[in-house]
Design a protein around this ligand. Structure first.
Ligand code: VGL
Length: 196
């Protein structure tokens, strides 16, 4: 039997794109690619989930409070908005993560929908079994989301043409991709997904 699929767009937010507070090099390049995936999943009648980092001003995630990062994706700010070129359909389900002082929210599985339902509950309620995941950044939120999805028994396909990494240390993104594959993720391009 065919498994029910969903598109997961991880953190394609202004602050992670060039000009933002924590820019992922070429982060905005995933936008036109995602617009094609969005069209495809829409045409298939399959759901689309967009995750977002949604931080308070004070969080252990930020340098000032002992974390590794400059402030980014502050709740309600322009930087936390999705990239304006991303053509999210009206019925996209938004998953917010990292929205308390202690919660860093690298994984979408730490997040919840607008009613407070956890991401895993949302996916189970929709009977989703196979996640197609891309976004920003390969070596942080994409990695954490994919590994949690695998741990929770989902089939995962990494959208290799719709990811960009930060590479704080050279090779981080490459190592993250290898780790995701080792743990059981598949890897596809747009053409492969379309013809699957
Ligand atoms: C992320 C670094 C810090 C991400 C979030 O979305 O991948 N990376 N916070």
């Amino acid at each position: 039997m065919k498994q029910k699929k969903a598109l997961i767009i991880v953190d394609v937010q202004n602050d992670f794109c060039p000009g933002g507070a924590l820019p992922v090099p070429e982060g905005d390049r995933v936008v036109p690619v995602f617009n094609r995936y969005i069209e495809l999943f829409n045409a298939w009648g399959l759901p689309i989930y967009a995750t977002r980092d949604w931080h308070p001003e004070k969080t252990i995630h930020f340098k000032e409070f002992g974390g590794p990062w400059p402030p980014h994706c502050l709740q309600g700010t322009k930087g936390a908005e999705f990239h304006p070129g991303l053509k999210l359909p009206r019925d996209t389900v938004i998953i917010s993560a990292g929205d308390t002082f202690e919660d860093e929210g690298y994984s979408a599985f730490e997040g919840h929908d607008e009613e407070g339902k956890s991401f895993i509950e949302v996916l189970r309620a929709a009977a989703i079994e196979h996640l197609f995941v891309g976004g920003l950044a390969t070596d942080y939120c994409v990695r954490a989301t994919v590994l949690d999805a695998l741990k929770n028994g989902f089939k995962v396909t990494l959208l290799i043409d719709a990811i960009k990494g930060i590479d704080v240390n050279e090779g981080d993104s490459r190592r993250a991709i290898v780790e995701m594959m080792d743990k059981g993720a598949g890897m596809n391009t747009f053409d492969e997904v379309r013809s699957s």
